[in-house]
Design a protein. Structure first.
Length: 205
């Protein structure tokens, strides 16, 4: 049974809990995920299904993918991704109705890229003094000893690329499921910008 699905982050809104509490929620648009291939432990060493989602013109699909879609007599899909630990038969579809209100889910996506940033923004460092001619306002300060060990240890918090990496927000609660319109609402925020591809899976599975 499917316990995960791919969708797109749509926007944020508000929703009412059963007790009347108003909470912020993220609306995730979920098109039917069509199972195009199945991985088994015997043949591949792990269990998973390959799913296709998102419409795309036939002219924009490469030949290997076009042949795969033609084999299953289904319109081409923009994305092909794997869902680990999910089982299913080729030709089946996974929809928003695999989740129910109250389910706890983990949501994964690629975070927004922030570019090259310093330690104050990237790691929350405090700034230096701004008076008496100090030039060490946003500099990171000392990062290692001189003579011994005469190097910087791996993992040191330093300036660098911020964002644009995979992030998983765990234990979000599903507050609404609209299977007819293909929408899943989860409480709180999820990684990524608008139209970011997100993976939703049930917690603990």
């Amino acid at each position: 049974m499917a316990t995960a699905i791919f969708g797109r982050k749509k926007h944020m809104t508000q929703a009412f809990e059963e007790d009347g509490t108003l909470v912020s929620a993220t609306v995730i648009e979920v098109e039917p995920n069509f199972i195009t291939a199945s991985r088994t432990a015997d043949a591949d060493g792990y269990e998973a299904v390959q799913v296709g989602f998102g419409t795309v013109p036939t002219r924009k699909v490469n030949k290997p993918h076009a042949g795969q879609f033609e084999k299953h007599e289904t319109p081409p899909r923009r994305h092909l991704r794997e869902l680990r630990g999910v089982t299913g038969e080729v030709g089946e579809t996974i929809g928003a109705d695999v989740f129910e209100v109250g389910d706890t889910v983990h949501v994964s996506a690629t975070a927004k890229g922030k570019g090259f940033q310093g330690t104050v923004k990237r790691h929350g460092f405090g700034r230096g003094p701004v008076s008496h001619g100090s030039h060490n306002v946003r500099a990171p300060g000392s990062v290692g000893a001189s003579a011994d060990p005469a190097r910087i240890f791996p993992g040191q918090k330093m300036p660098g690329q911020m964002g644009n990496k995979g992030v998983t927000v765990k234990n979000l609660r599903v507050v609404n499921v609209d299977a007819e319109n293909g929408e899943i609402w989860v409480r709180g925020g999820v990684p990524g910008g608008r139209n970011a591809v997100v993976r939703i899976r049930k917690a603990g599975e």
